[in-house]
Design a protein around this ligand. Structure first.
Ligand code: PLP
Length: 347
């Protein structure tokens, strides 16, 4: 028998959205950005590629400085991660001993549960209300770490700010606010890291900066917290190409803001159109919407769309199994989605 840890044996592992091996799908299932980053970021990449013999900067200095300018904080307050998933894992390993408690909402980003299980942490889940909202502060005195995504999947709406604030104030451990989708919204939580000494914000370049394929994320907090987390990360956790491309992206803030505006406009049109097609749809602060067809089982809608080469995300979990999550694509992609839905509805 192999000495596999019980907590690993008892975990299914994270189930990501499908990445089809053919290109004939309209892919609206994993919240990627439908627009490519500016071509200029690839200029002179050959020079960097020729250096692959050498290890990359272990602490991503240039990238952290570029990020710090955009975020308005010192690079000493930033830890770079191999995607923000890396930051979540590092936080877990920095603050929670196996057997100690981590808390998060239900439903939320499903990776929280996977990494907590693999770590052997005790998990406390706090249910959202029937509108999937946080309707009181999350109080869990034994939690060493609380993960709260705002905007929170699968709805994509920001959590109530006042309850979030009270959560941070009353927490005896650390609170990580996962802002993966924040650039598609009007709010952020930068003020929290100034106000509370137990808060970490995580950010990703996978969604708003169109870099899901190279895995870059950040943890932002006090220099003291970042110093501890820095001891836990893999020695060279971001490769050379990721550091170079991500640093360059921050020089094109105007182009990205234009992209975010386009995504938001398409999102609002998608929400209105789905409501016209008799879907229950929640408002969204993200690049995806969460919607329930009132005339067909969501699982059936998912399958019918997939047959017609449109991929959306469907979750079997009991609380959300009558919804689909739809990533905001280009206008043309969303037109096609709506066309297919209309055909299905009209039989
Ligand atoms: C809430 C949330 N946090 C973090 C991530 C992971 O982002 P990254 O690609 O930076 O690991 C996702 C990805 O879907 C997400 O939905």
């Amino acid at each position: 028998m192999l000495p596999i840890r019980d907590c690993v044996q008892q975990t299914l592992g994270y189930v990501p959205g499908e990445q089809p091996q053919t290109t004939d799908y309209i892919k609206l299932n994993t919240n990627e950005n439908p627009y490519a980053p500016p071509d200029e970021i690839f200029n002179n990449l050959g020079e960097e590629l020729k250096k692959v013999r050498l290890y990359p900067d272990p602490v991503s200095t240039h990238l952290r400085k570029a990020a710090g300018e955009i975020f308005g904080v010192s690079h000493e307050q930033i830890l770079a991660g191999n995607g923000s998933d890396d930051i979540l894992n590092i936080a877990l390993r920095t603050f929670v001993n196996p057997g100690e408690t981590i808390a998060f909402l239900e439903p939320t980003y499903s990776l929280y549960e996977t990494i907590a299980r693999v770590h052997g942490a005790k998990i406390t889940t706090v249910p959202t209300n029937d509108k999937f909202e946080l309707d009181r502060p999350l109080i869990c005195p034994e939690a060493k770490l609380i993960f709260l995504a705002s905007p929170n999947p699968p709805l994509g709406k920001h959590l109530n700010r006042q309850y979030l604030q009270e959560t941070c104030k009353k927490a005896s451990g650390v609170v990580l606010i996962d802002e993966a989708y924040v650039d598609f919204s009007d709010e952020d939580h930068w003020d929290f890291i100034k106000q509370y000494n137990n808060v970490i914000i995580s950010r990703t370049m996978s969604k708003s900066y169109s870099l899901a394929g190279i895995r870059v994320g950040f943890g932002i907090s006090s220099p003291e917290i970042i110093e501890e987390m820095n001891k836990v990360r893999d020695s060279y956790n971001l490769d050379r190409i990721a550091q170079t491309l991500a640093s360059k992206c921050f020089k094109f803030q105007d182009s990205f803001q234009e992209i975010w505006g386009k995504v938001r406009a398409t999102r609002n049109r998608l929400i209105a159109s789905l409501r016209n097609l008799d879907f229950l749809v929640f408002d969204s602060d993200s690049n995806f919407v969460f919607a329930s067809p009132q005339w067909l089982e969501a699982s059936e809608l998912y399958s019918q769309l997939k047959e017609r080469k449109v991929l959306v995300r469907y979750f079997k979990n009991p609380r959300i199994n009558n919804y689909v999550r739809i990533t905001v694509g280009t206008d043309a992609e969303i037109d096609r989605l709506l066309e297919v839905i209309e055909q299905l509805k009209n039989g």
